[in-house]
Design a binder for this molecule. Structure first.
Ligand code: ANZ
Ligand code: ZN
Length: 817
């Protein structure tokens, strides 16, 4: 007999699933709906080992749910705008669409081959005009609500990609994509007002806590960075308006000895004296070259310039010299701080560098910061602070000083967030055009909804080369339009949107991918959403996942959806590495997914990936063995072959031990899949395959109904993980049309009861008790149970025990003294 032919099975079932529409939901309301979402791929090339891991996790969940009777939606699409396509187009003098759609075709073929149970009928691409029409439509809804706006500011600039970056795309001062050192440029850019949603983004985490990885929630919480404290208003020499600072420690106000503003804050240029202006301007230029990370680094020596003016401390009228220093950031709090060197290390470092006084106002019992240059930020008793002396702790101190300042109209309690508005405009071509027209008379004019989409003009090759301005600006026919309001000459906005805008709403579109009345049909979204399970990489912990949560909240405010969170559960898969290191061209340790599949077959690769460990752990390909996984699958397949044509056709009566093993395995695999411990599920299925083989070879034989029951259970519970071999088994076992249409096996609770044997207990050779015990009971345990038995106790009648002979699990013989 021939064994399992992976290549043939792949061909056959791939074609069947597609023709049959096996994974298109019924959508008739007969079953409870569940939405399984994978983070959609970027069409960067063919599938690789990373995809192999990420997508098998979601596929297992989706296939398992389907077997459990849910109507499952498991869609696929492509995040198909973005820079790599543009760079490829420049290099090949082609259009970014050529590269993009060719890659999508390749990937689509590979996804099918990889056995993913996807609903291809919902396929979408964010670079299709039918899709980006609605990205533009959504932008305009945000715009109407004041949630999309333009402002002038210093922005992150990647000198390599020649485009601005959102804060979220700057990682340790480097461009997230190309690792160039990010610099600052003053530009007029579009923003989404995500800061309006900061508190709700925090509060609503309670709805997903426990269902999202803790570390993702922690990263989001830190990124949002809520801080409680107070605003304090300081008068400044020669200036009418007071200057506000944000402080988390208003109770240290008596310890302020100087005042610092961010160099690029408008205030600095406003208040600097003529005498100090040249030094200030030189410093400002230097600041722009520093990265945010450098500026916040505690290692870096503190720098700054005196601006020639003083602020007046509202509690004691002391004059505090005002400096511009780059350790204060322009876009946090108010861009100005009261410096309290005794109790804030950054201020102390600056005081040391500029020889400024250090005054302790909280006595903590630690050595004097003025001598140690170690600030004491903690709690203690107040000194040199008339309003606060005698108060118990900093909580009371903060409350008292805030109340006193508020009374005098010089401050108030305040909450600030680290989260910045989302900078969404990009100076690149291959993205969604911003649907705004600039008119000299009317200003910003939205493109009317019925004129959407604003299609990209046909630019290719060298026309796309980065110049620091948008390539779209060179398409003058496209740029020059008449103003929709006044009909006068006007220009289109030439920036495109960050591709994270495209990916912030694609999961809504899947619910009604061909809908033409809006971005999605609210009725379809109400049927399917929120997403029951989302699977993707932890690298999206902040960017994509935060933006999607924000979008969903805005859509809910607009009234298009009626839930606040898009993804009820999140799973992050680990990475596939090799020899302990991330796969890379330079290390030459890459593993080619296509070659692995050619050698071992899809099922073996899927099973190997899953069996390697818990899904969130990294997999070292040097530690796994697809060859032995393939042998296991072959063994499973042979069970079905044996049952289909048993050598010995005498139907035995149904081996109870095998039935118990089957039901126990199904129960364990169910639990493992529910808790996403896919590796445990594989281990349990392997045990069941072995037990079944034993029953065939050394037990009742393949014609026993218990063996058939076991083989059928193996086919079904293996099918989410290794679908092709499972389909072949199911067919051999005489079932049609597909194991994907089968039902998850029902567990008979009566068969879960542990197996018991009868143990005879003798006292002086006479049977005094019969015990039901586990066959695996230990001698010690059995002895204890036997001696405790009332019948045995009666027989002993108070006599001591001289000897106990234990033959576990069947016999205990007791000899009294
Ligand atoms: C005086 C003070 C005394 C402060 C003290 C701290 C300790 P978090 O917790 O991160 O919100 N700060 C305010 N705005 C700033 C800016 N734009 N750039 C850099 N630092 C800024 O930090 C709030 C504290 O950071 C504020 O409280 C302020 O220093 C500083 F014993 O005010 B504090
Ligand atoms: Zn106009």
């Amino acid at each position: 007999r021939v064994g399992y032919d992976a290549a043939a099975a792949q061909e056959k079932w791939q074609r069947f699933w597609e023709a049959d529409g096996t994974f298109t939901p019924l959508d008739d309301g007969s079953r409870e709906r569940r939405y399984m979402l994978d983070m959609f791929p970027y069409p960067s090339g063919d599938l690789h080992m990373g995809h192999a891991e990420a997508f098998v996790m979601g596929d297992i969940v989706a296939r398992y749910w389907k077997l459990c009777g849910y109507d499952v939606m498991h869609p696929i699409g492509w995040d198909s705008f973005g820079l790599p396509a543009e760079n490829a187009a420049i290099a090949r003098d082609a259009h970014p669409a050529d590269w993009t759609y060719a890659n999508i075709d390749t990937q689509a073929g590979s996804f099918k081959r990889y056995g993913l149970g996807l609903d291809w009928s919902r396929r979408l691409h964010t670079s299709d005009p039918e899709y980006y029409r609605w990205t533009q439509w959504l932008f305009l809804r945000f715009y109407e609500r004041g949630l999309a706006y333009r402002k002038d500011s210093y922005v992150n600039w990647c000198p390599n990609d020649q485009t601005v970056l959102a804060n979220e795309q700057v990682v340790q001062g480097l461009c997230e994509r190309c690792s160039a050192v990010v610099t600052k440029r003053k530009l007029t850019q579009w923003y989404f007002k995500i800061t309006d949603y900061a508190q709700r983004l925090l509060d609503d985490m309670s709805l997903i806590e426990g269902h999202w990885p803790d570390r993702v929630l922690t990263m989001q919480r830190n990124w949002i960075g809520r801080s409680e404290g107070a605003y304090v208003d300081f008068q400044v020499e020669g200036r009418e308006e007071p200057v506000r600072v944000f402080t988390t420690r208003p109770d240290t106000l008596y310890g302020a000895t100087f005042f610092v503003v961010a160099p690029e804050a408008a205030l600095a240029a406003e208040i600097v004296t003529d005498e100090q202006r040249p030094a200030f301007e030189e410093y400002l230029e230097a600041t722009k070259r520093a990265t945010e990370i450098e500026r916040q680094s505690s290692e870096r020596p503190k720098s700054g310039v005196f601006l020639g003016v003083h602020a007046i401390n509202p509690v004691n009228n002391e004059l505090l010299p005002i400096y511009a220093a780059d350790y204060v950031l322009a876009d946090y709090g108010t861009g100005a701080v009261m410096a309290v060197p005794a109790h804030d290390q950054r201020d102390l470092d600056f005081a040391k560098a500029f020889n400024l006084p250090v005054r302790v106002v909280v006595e903590t019992g630690l050595p004097d910061p003025a001598e140690t240059f170690v600030a004491t930020p903690g709690d203690g008793s107040y000194v040199n602070s008339p309003v606060l002396e005698g108060l118990a702790d900093k909580k009371a101190g903060i409350a008292a000083i805030t109340a006193s300042l508020a009374e005098q109209g010089r401050g108030e309690s305040a909450v600030t967030f680290r989260l910045r508005d989302w900078l969404l405009s990009r100076q690149r071509f291959w993205g969604c055009p911003i649907p705004i027209i600039h008119c000299a008379t009317c200003g910003e004019v939205p493109v009317p909804d019925d004129q959407l989409p604003v299609r990209l003009p046909d630019l290719r090759g060298a026309a796309l080369a980065p110049k620091g301005t948008s390539p779209l600006a060179s398409a003058t026919d496209w740029v020059n339009v008449s103003c929709p309001k006044c009909g006068g000459a006007a220009q289109r906005d030439t920036d495109t949107m960050d591709t994270f805008v495209d990916s912030s709403w694609y999961y809504f579109r899947y619910c009604s991918p061909n809908y033409t009345e809006g971005p999605f049909d609210p009725a379809e979204v109400a049927k399917w959403m929120p997403v029951a399970q989302y699977v993707g990489g932890v690298e999206h912990a902040i960017l994509h996942l935060l933006y999607s949560r924000f979008f969903t909240k805005v859509l809910s405010d607009i009234g298009l959806v009626d839930f606040p969170e898009p993804f009820m559960s999140l799973m992050n898969q680990g990475q596939v590495i090799n020899q302990g290191k991330a796969m890379s061209k330079s290390l030459g340790n890459g593993v080619d997914l296509g070659k692995q599949i050619d050698e071992f077959g899809v099922d073996a690769i899927r099973t190997t990936v899953v069996f390697a460990g818990p899904p969130e752990d990294d997999i070292d390909w040097a530690d796994v063995s697809p060859g032995s996984t393939l042998k296991f699958l072959q063994r499973a397949f042979r069970l079905a072959q044996d049952v289909a044509s048993p050598v010995d056709t005498d139907p035995a009566s149904g081996d109870l031990n095998l039935r118990r093993a089957t039901h126990r395995s199904v129960a364990d695999v169910t639990e493992a899949l529910e808790s996403k411990r896919f590796n445990v599920a594989v281990a349990r299925i392997m045990e069941l395959v072995n037990a079944t083989r034993k029953a065939i070879d050394a037990g009742p034989g393949a014609a026993d109904p218990a063996v058939r029951e076991a083989a059928e259970a193996v086919a079904v519970i293996l099918s989410p993980i290794a679908p092709y071999v499972a389909e072949e088994m199911w067919e051999l076992l005489g079932h049609t049309p597909s194991v994907a249409a089968a039902s998850w096996p029902k567990v008979d609770p009566a068969l879960l009861v542990a197996e018991q044997v009868t143990c005879v207990v003798q006292v002086q050779g006479k049977v005094r008790a019969k015990l039901d015990v586990s066959p695996s009971i230990s001698a010690e345990e059995l002895e204890a149970v036997a001696l405790a038995d009332p019948g045995v106790q009666r027989a002993l009648d108070g006599r001591a025990v001289r000897q106990v002979i234990v033959r576990a699990p069947k016999l205990v013989s007791i000899v009294p003294a």
